[in-house]
Design a protein around this ligand. Sequence first.
Ligand code: DX5
Ligand code: ZN
Length: 222
Amino acid sequence: MAYLAPSILSADFTRIEEAVKTIEEGGADFLHVDIMDGHFVPNLTFGPQLVASLKQKTALPLDVHLMVEHPRQFVPMFQEAGADWISIHLEATAHIHKDITQIKELGCKAGIALNPATPIHLMNDIIRELDYVLIMTVNPGWGAQKFVDTTLAKISNLKNWIKGQKLEILIEVDGGIKYDNLQEIALAGADILVVGSGIFKSPEPLDMVKKMKELLKEADSS
Ligand code: DX5
Ligand code: ZN
């Protein structure tokens, strides 16, 4: 069954602990934390201190999505803060092999994130090294954007590639996922679904997490 990874980016930051408890109670599988540096993307979000505080409040694996330039410089700080999974953008580094090796040597699951227009074949010579691939289904930078439809085929193409090569790599999908398109995305091949505004901006986040988990269960048995 596919996993649900609520993104804290859309939570009320004055009540962040409550948000974490809500998604835990609903049955979330990961906590997704979006790190933006104001360079790779125009927006700025959190640093390692927030990750360290979250680590003290939850047993959920922390899935840290680095939307930063020079990821090598930042990866050790986030690992030390408690990140369990770390993804870096292929577009943000000229040394992707070196950077992925660094993440793995620090004991974290290592993933490559791809912007909507970055083709999957660019991972040809590194895919075997990865624990997961994060397919961005919006242009990174903000929550609550519209799902880019062309990415659906990209998810299934990647799934076929992984299956064809008999690899054990998970596909994470991030951006514009709501209750209405969650199942379609899971059926296209997503193993981990990141949802921000679709949970935290809904009137009842707890119910929404539970309903999304139900949908993922259904998708699994169909
Ligand atoms: C966007 C972030 C996403 C964001 C998703 O750059 O990577 O993780 O939180 O938010 P929604 O689900 O609202 O598109
Ligand atoms: Zn993200």
